[in-house]
Design a protein around this ligand. Structure first.
Ligand code: PRE
Length: 364
């Protein structure tokens, strides 16, 4: 390519950027207007609701449907995700608590779902995220709920039994783990590997093959593992890209998770119910009496109505020895007439039924 051609293309890019700039500014002004309309239409004593997950899902889906490339659908939606995040911040910036410290996969999930224009607050434990939302100190919380290799995150499920929370969204993240070392690490003398227990489990086979005799130390998060390694010459950490970048560590081995499709699902929790979008999921907690066939009775209405169950998890109920609650996710919104009927049927058989929320299926 000649210098001349390159120059001409850059002139074209400058001109397109000017147009994009103008269009983004016009869109941001529109969002400001939306905020004004929302404020003007409030009833006496009503609080404005600026964040509309159902609308955001619709905007992102539309972008993906209309995208003709060359950028991929996900890439394009990510760009619009950030534009919308900034537009919302103009209306009213969201405050979001997540399972910290900084650099965790949960922070990455929060950014994937809400974009970067939020005020984010790292919390030391899952239960603290729930408490922060319950206290009204933040608008939303982000917590991990299940991993494709290791299964349920029990702390999260148990926290739902203790707090009244509404689930307003979900996001899935591919989890890639790396073996990270600091500048001063003597890589041939590693005697200790730090990580969160779930991550150590997700890399068990790789560790058995490559570091069979090295001590594995479970710490509160992957980011905490990365932080510790920075000051020690004989240790390494298993963590992801964000933690590596944050603590300036280098990758001794990349993508060491045992399963290449290793993914974690996260939930957004808050106090706000989300209206139907036509492509939703619902999460419920049900406790049944401890008698033979109780689980069968619970599942029959789903089967009879052709409702797609996406997950079922069992936890001790905490209110009696050997009694259990079921966490169930299924496709549909609790306001859909079909789902309403199923929930009514279940509540006739159940000791207790709680709808944790209906929310748009993850778009990104
Ligand atoms: O449509 C709205 O209600 C808006 O506030 C606008 C907008 C957007 O930028 O498109 C911004 C934030 C909401 O969460 C959803 C959409």
């Amino acid at each position: 390519m000649s210098e001349q051609e390159l120059k001409a293309l850059r002139v074209r890019i400058d001109s397109l950027d000017e147009k994009i700039l103008q269009l983004i500014s016009d869109r941001a002004r529109c969002a400001e207007e939306v905020a004004r309309v929302k404020m003007a239409s409030l009833a006496e004593g009503e609080q404005p609701v600026f964040y509309r997950p159902e609308r955001e899902a619709q905007v992102l889906k539309r972008v993906m449907e209309r995208n003709k490339g060359p950028l991929g659908n996900e890439e394009m939606a990510r760009l619009f995700r950030e534009i919308m995040s900034s537009c919302l911040a103009l209306e009213n910036p969201l405050k979001v608590a997540y399972l910290g410290p900084e650099g965790t996969f949960t922070q990455a999930a929060a950014m994937k779902h809400f974009g970067h224009a939020v005020i984010s607050k790292p919390m030391a434990a899952i239960d603290e995220v729930f408490r922060e939302v319950a206290a009204g100190a933040v608008n939303f919380g982000v917590v991990p709920v299940e991993n494709s290799t290791e299964g349920a995150v029990n702390h999260t499920l148990d926290s739902f039994l203790e707090h009244d929370m509404v689930i307003c969204g979900e996001v899935e993240l591919r989890i890639h783990h790396h073996l990270l070392v600091g500048e001063n690490t003597k890589t041939d003398s590693i005697s200790r590997i730090y990580s969160h227990a779930q991550s150590l489990a997700q890399c068990r086979k790789w560790l058995d093959a490559h570091y069979p005799n090295v001590e594995r130390v479970a710490v509160s998060s992957n980011a905490e593992a990365a932080k510790r390694v920075k000051g020690e010459w004989n240790s390494a950490a298993i963590a992801g890209d964000m933690a590596a970048g944050l603590y300036g560590l280098t990758r001794l081995a990349e993508k060491i998770e045992d399963r290449p499709d290793n993914s974690t699902r996260f939930l957004m929790i808050g106090n706000q119910e989300v209206p139907p979008t036509g492509d939703d999921k619902t999460s419920i907690i049900v406790s049944m009496s401890n008698k033979p066939g109780a689980l069968h009775e619970l599942l029959v209405p789903f089967h009879d109505n052709g409702i797609d169950l996406t997950r079922i998890e069992t936890r001790p109920s905490r209110s009696g020895k050997w009694t259990y609650v079921f966490f169930i996710d299924f496709v549909g919104h609790h306001r859909d007439p079909l789902i309403k009927g199923v929930l009514e049927k279940i509540s006739q058989e159940a000791v207790a039924l709680k709808v944790l929320g209906s929310y748009p299926k993850a778009v990104l």
